[in-house]
Each structure stands twice: as structure tokens, then as C-alpha cells.
Write a protein that binds this ligand. Structure first.
Ligand SMILES: Nc1nc2c(ncn2[C@@H]2O[C@H](COP(=O)(O)OP(=O)(O)OP(=O)(O)O)[C@@H](O)[C@H]2O)c(=O)[nH]1
Ligand SMILES: [Mg+2]
Length: 247
């Protein structure tokens, strides 16, 4: 029996016996790098964080507890009173770790080491999105729900991004950000009599053509409300991504 057969048989037997046996088998056959990779409880995965300028992409990352703690330490070490998020120039790479939920049979509480490419949303920097999308396993698209005037531009940019063959089948997390902003009339966009000031999340799905994108490109899509200002909805959204990224 050669090595590949040995691994196949070990996997088959382990599946039959239950997940605990897979771990035991992994220890026995763990000499092979390929096998170690197969059974490893950690994965490095990359995501592209995009959306129009001022949508709140960098603020969202900074409000993740894993990232915020590191930034606060940096601020303390450098005598800074407050952390300010400036518009991103071109791109920045932000790394953090998140555990997968325990529903995965073989890799309970497995860890994903996220490498998130936080891209500038400025018009002239958007062509970079297409270059970086071939390097990632997930896409996060941030929309500012108060930016009613530019929602059509956001939709076109999202569509353009998913015209790239590398994005096919990738999980897409759409974050409806700035939901903390009160407008006096939350559903105002639905009423032609009032000035539209905030997009209701249930309307965003249609406005971004998410159903069509999902069907056309075979995507896993999740639309999440959030606020980088209050931190609400950010962790659960990234938890979804961590659970749905290709293992
Ligand atoms: N009220 C409110 N303001 C927010 C929220 N998220 C971000 N902002 C503000 O929106 C502005 C833009 O935030 P950024 O995080 O720099 O936006 P960005 O998408 O990274 O922008 P670029 O890097 O230029 O593409 C900042 O003034 C933030 O303080 C939010 O959830 N609520
Ligand atoms: Mg930014």
C-alpha cells in the first residue's frame, strides 16, 4: 500500500469511526506535510474588504475586539490619546484570528488566521480591487446606509468585482454600516414625499441586486446590519465569514 492509499484508508476508517478517531489517525500519519495541513486546526485565509470611500471599512476592522486591543496597546505605547481612522491610502493589511463555530465536525473550534486587505474605496483606487480579488478566499463589501445618492455606484462596483472569474463561488459578506445614525424617519427612502436619508436594510438587498449575484455566481451571500461606531453586528458578521470560508 503506498502513502496516498494509506492516507485514504486512514481517512475512510476515521470517518466511519467518528471525528475523535480522525485526530488519533492524524497523529499517527502526521509525518506527511500534506496530511498535517489536512488535519491542522489553523488556517490562514485572506479576505478583500471593499466598498465606496467613507463607507466605514477601516472603522469596522478597528472595532473588532481582536484588532482594537492591539491598536489601544499601540496608542498607549506611543502616548496617543485617541485612535483616529484616516481615509486609507491604496490599501493596508490587517491580521487577526477568529475561531470557527463548533458545527464543523472534524475541526471543532478550529482557528482562522485572517489576512484582511483593507482597500481604499476612492474611485481611482478601485481598479486595485480586481487585482487583489484573485488572492483571497472571501469578499467583504461595506455599504454606508446613509449614502443614498451613491448606492447605484456601489451596486455597479460590486457587480464589476464579481465579473472577475476569481470571485466565483467566494463567500460574500455585505455589511450595511452606520445603522446607528438616526434620521428621524428611518424608512424615509420608501416614501417619495420625504427626503431620502437612510436606506432600510431590507431594501438594500434589492438595490444591490444580491439575489441575481447569488444565483449568477453561485455565491454564499450574507447581508448584515452593523455599526462601527457602536460595534453592533460586527463580530457576528465576521463569525459568519469565518464559518463559511473554504476550509
Ligand atoms: N456614525 C457612524 N460613522 C461611521 C461608522 N463607521 C465609520 N464611520 C465614519 O465614517 C468615516 C469614514 O470611515 P472609514 O472607516 O475611514 O471609511 P473607509 O471605508 O475605510 O474609507 P476609505 O479608506 O477612504 O475607503 C469616518 O469619519 C468614520 O468615523 C458608523 O458605523 N457610524
Ligand atoms: Mg479605509
Amino acid at each position: 500500500m503506498d502513502w496516498a492509499d494509506h492516507c485514504d484508508k486512514a481517512l475512510h476508517d476515521a470517518h466511519a469511526a467518528g471525528a475523535w478517531a480522525v485526530r488519533a489517525v492524524a497523529e499517527v500519519v502526521g509525518e506527511s506535510t500534506a496530511c498535517r495541513r489536512l488535519f491542522s486546526k489553523q488556517r490562514a485565509r485572506s479576505a478583500l474588504l471593499v466598498g465606496l470611500d467613507n463607507a466605514g471599512k477601516s472603522s469596522i476592522l478597528c472595532s473588532l475586539p481582536q484588532v482594537r486591543q492591539r491598536l489601544q496597546k499601540f496608542a498607549r505605547d506611543h502616548g496617543l490619546d485617541e485612535l483616529r481612522v484616516d481615509p486609507t491610502t491604496a490599501l493596508q493589511l490587517v491580521k487577526f484570528t477568529m475561531a470557527r463555530s463548533s458545527h464543523h465536525r472534524l475541526h471543532r473550534r478550529a482557528m482562522v488566521n485572517w489576512h484582511v486587505w483593507d482597500m481604499s474605496g476612492e474611485g481611482r483606487a478601485r481598479p486595485l480591487w480586481l487585482y487583489y480579488c484573485s488572492l483571497v478566499q472571501a469578499i467583504v463589501f461595506v455599504v454606508d446606509v446613509t449614502d443614498v445618492e451613491r448606492i447605484a455606484i456601489a451596486r455597479n462596483e460590486l457587480k464589476h468585482l464579481f465579473s472577475h472569474p476569481s470571485t466565483r463561488g467566494l463567500p460574500l459578506l455585505v455589511m450595511a454600516n452606520k445603522t446607528d445614525v438616526t434620521t428621524g424617519n428611518d424608512e424615509s427612502f420608501a416614501s417619495p414625499r420625504t427626503t431620502p436619508r437612510r436606506i432600510a436594510t431590507e431594501m438594500l438587498k434589492g438595490m444591490l441586486d444580491l439575489d441575481a449575484l447569488q444565483v449568477e455566481h453561485g455565491l454564499h451571500v450574507k447581508l448584515s446590519e452593523c455599526s462601527a461606531e457602536t460595534g453592533k453586528g460586527i463580530e457576528p458578521a465576521f463569525q459568519w465569514l469565518t464559518d463559511h470560508v473554504n476550509w
